[in-house]
Design a protein around this ligand. Structure first.
Ligand code: NAD
Ligand code: GLY
Length: 366
């Protein structure tokens, strides 16, 4: 039995011999059951950062102590700026210094930064050791911990050095979201909202009617939001693990969003904030391409605004937006390709000419 009275929800990511479960519930971190059945090893290494470790490292190490002879901690500095070679090497230094062998299991305890970096460290160390995602932000629970994209940043580009490498398990303990700052929580809501237009019209309506409960971090609403988001992500990743097609729909709003993040300088707007505003712009583009009625734009804009996210894009200049979007990973031969909504609950990819994209940008900058 899990410690919590609410039943633990389990979703399976179906990827043949790389399949794994996502566990969602309250009280998971302290429950020995959450950690049972993982690969056997002498050593567990928990990677976290200076913000999350004081909150949750103790509870995780205590629970892991029931399963592993040795539990080591690596605590990195906090922030996107530290998702780099230096932090990655810090992890490798600890692993080698402590003579960790190829059976060692890594645990990523933190948000998307720690999850992406630890996953990449696991993919590389001794050509691959098992790892477990323990996401502690809403964004990481509904998106980054699921699906096996791991990476660090390069000074010339975000997430440019990485690997597809699936975890053994994802443990989403909803209780940890209680300590998440409001701004980070809203950024996570952007990724929750994303799943409605791209894959599930009913989920979009549910988010609209449940937003107050979600903002109050009501555990019942949160359980549904995290569960449905992970189900949709599992469905997409199960069909297109390495993003040869369908998986790109998860980037709805991200082409405009990346331009905002890069144009302002990373860290000025949070990723989820830029994605939220980017989704409004992508909704506008979907309308101007004749795919969606004009009413879709204010509907999505209003939801994103209610979630506490910015909906007016920064005025970087149209040319700068176009320049930044041309280096997006989805661009092909210089043509910018966008995830668009074709019908509520269904997304696709379209190239759009510069004039049309310029009109969209002009309609949404403040
Ligand atoms: P983050 O990891 O920087 O976490 C945000 C902040 O919240 C940090 O300061 C962190 O220390 C703090 N924090 C984390 N959990 C907390 C808690 N429970 N209580 C209090 N504070 C807490 O940011 P993020 O939004 O989780 O992730 C963003 C990263 O995820 C980016 O690097 C992005 O590239 C990556 N990402 C990856 C994927 C993927 O598929 N792999 C998808 C989306 C985003
Ligand atoms: N966050 C986008 C993806 O996992 O593909």
């Amino acid at each position: 039995m899990h410690a919590s009275s609410a039943p633990v929800q389990t979703i399976r990511i179906d990827l043949g011999d790389r399949s794994y479960p996502i566990l969602i519930g309250s009280g998971l971190l302290s429950d020995a059951q959450s950690w049972a059945g993982l690969p056997r090893a002498a050593t567990a290494v928990v990677v976290s950062n200076v913000t999350v470790a004081p909150l949750y490292m103790g509870i995780v190490c205590k629970a892991l102590g029931a399963h592993y002879g040795r539990v080591l901690e690596v605590v990195l500095p906090d922030g996107e700026a530290h998702k780099d070679w230096h932090s990655l090497n810090t992890v490798f230094d600890h692993l080698l210094d402590q003579a960790c062998d190829r059976r060692t299991v890594l645990f990523a305890l933190g948000g998307g930064v720690i999850g992406d970096l630890t996953g990449f460290a696991a993919a590389c160390y001794m050509r691959g050791v098992p790892f477990v995602q323990v996401p502690t932000t809403l964004l990481a629970q509904v998106d980054s911990s699921v699906g096996g994209k791991t990476a660090i940043n390069h000074p010339l580009g975000k997430n440019m050095i990485g690997a597809f490498y699936q975890p053994q398990r994802v443990l989403c303990d909803l209780d940890v979201l209680a300590t998440l700052p409001d701004r980070e929580y809203s950024a996570g809501l952007a990724e929750v909202i994303k799943y409605g237009p791209i894959a599930d019209e009913a989920f979009l309506s549910w988010i609209e009617s449940s937003l107050d409960a979600l903002l109050a971090r009501d555990v019942v609403a949160l359980t549904h939001a995290v569960r449905r988001s992970c189900e949709i992500k599992a469905w997409v990743v199960g069909q297109d693990e390495r993003e040869s097609g369908l998986r790109a729909i998860l980037n709805f709003g991200h082409t405009f969003g990346h331009a905002i993040e890069a144009g302002l300088g990373y860290g000025e707007w949070l990723h989820g904030e830029a994605v939220g505003c980017g989704m409004v712009m992508a909704a506008e583009l979907s309308h101007r391409l004749g795919l969606m009625p004009s009413s879709f734009v204010p509907r999505l804009r209003s939801l994103i605004e209610r979630a506490g996210l910015p909906v007016t894009a920064p005025d970087l200049g149209v040319d700068r937006y176009l320049e930044l979007m041309r280096v997006d990973k989805k661009a092909e031969d210089g043509a910018i390709r966008f995830v668009v909504i074709e019908a509520l609950g269904r997304a696709g990819m379209r190239a759009a000419d510069d004039d049309l994209v310029s009109e969209v940008i002009q309609a949404h900058v403040g």
